[in-house]
Design a binder for this molecule. Structure first.
Ligand code: O7E
Length: 216
């Protein structure tokens, strides 16, 4: 199912224990718009965890796919067959590699999102100087959306202006210092929060607090 902004929260479950991940997903009870899975969880719990997590809502496979088009198609097919609703790919591998992910996504009625500028400090070295080009690449290729940094709201706002109708997912809220409200005000459609939720004593309350911040 395509991502639809309701709570505007996507929870990153970067855990290395499948049972813990499922237990948190159950506690969240669908209050987030999606759960994002990344390598820490997939490599420890296996791809089948996606099927289990899907009982609790949409699942985004954050595999940051960045290979040649054929390999990208094969990776995406695995994610979609396992039940993912969306895949994340890198843009720097080029438009043909991105297009392969988008084409595979559309075969399954799913979505592909493209990373532009990442949220960590090192992103200014290589990604930031090319971020606008990556936005344009994603737009031309027909991506459903892009990834842009909640840690740099001014950059997020610039990227929003170039992104047209594409959805923006903004990681970096909480542990990396980004603020939920500022990211949405700068033009993000969703915030992505990991440690700020799964690392909290009460992940449900923590998620609710982020959602409240977005409503204010
Ligand atoms: O810092 P946390 O714990 O809130 O986790 C953030 C999550 O977002 C984590 O899974 C990380 O891999 C991811 N992320 C970033 O932190 N920065 C980025 O630039 C991109 C992502 C990401 O999710 O990309 C694909 C959506």
């Amino acid at each position: 199912m395509p991502l639809v902004p309701r709570s505007r929260l996507i929870v990153a479950l970067d855990l290395m224990d499948g049972y813990e991940a499922l237990s948190i997903a159950e506690k969240l009870g669908g209050i987030a718009d999606a759960i994002k899975v990344n390598y820490p969880l997939i490599l420890s719990a296996g791809l089948d965890i996606i099927k289990d997590l899907k009982k609790h809502g949409n699942v985004v496979a954050d595999f940051k796919v960045a290979d040649i088009p054929n390999t990208n198609s094969l990776i995406c097919a695995q994610a979609f067959k396992a039940g993912a609703d969306a895949i994340i790919c890198h843009g720097f591998a080029g438009s043909d590699s991105v297009k392969a992910c988008i084409d595979e996504a559309s075969k399954y009625g799913c979505e592909a999102y493209v990373v532009t500028e990442m949220s960590h400090p090192g992103a200014v070295e290589f990604l930031q100087p090319h971020a606008f080009e990556l936005v344009e690449l994603a737009r031309r290729a027909g991506a459903s959306g892009i990834i842009a940094p909640a840690t740099r709201p001014e950059r997020l706002a610039d990227i929003r202006r170039k992104a047209g109708k594409m959805k923006i997912l903004a990681p970096g809220v909480g542990a990396q210092g980004g603020e939920a409200r500022r990211a949405i005000d700068a033009g993000a459609d969703f915030i992505i929060v990991g440690r700020g939720i799964y690392g909290a004593d009460d992940p449900y309350e923590a998620a609710l607090e982020f959602i409240e911040q977005l409503r204010r």
